[in-house]
Ligand binder design. Structure first.
Ligand code: ZN
Length: 85
């Protein structure tokens, strides 16, 4: 896909999501706190899919982001086909 804002070719999008991270905290052998990541729960305040080049928010829906990324897959398949011909 091409970014509609800056025209760069995109093979991935940047995703920003707000919410809470859950850790298990314990002490290691030196008495330092150790954080063991357990879980992330989104609060859906920020759920942006952005262009990695110009940071434009292209969508906030995962289904829409998938569609945008699938366009790239289709284009790649056509290019592979051209090489075979
Ligand atoms: Zn862009």
């Amino acid at each position: 896909m091409k970014c509609p804002k800056c025209g760069e070719n995109l093979s991935y999008l940047k995703h920003y999501e707000s919410g809470e991270m859950k850790f298990h905290v314990s002490l290691d052998e030196h008495g330092d706190a150790e954080y063991d990541e357990q879980d992330f729960s989104s609060n859906m305040t920020t759920h942006d899919f952005e262009c990695p080049y110009c940071q434009a928010v292209l969508t906030t829906e995962e289904s829409e982001a998938k569609k945008l990324l699938q366009e790239e897959v289709k284009i790649s398949k056509i290019q592979i086909g051209d090489k075979l011909v």
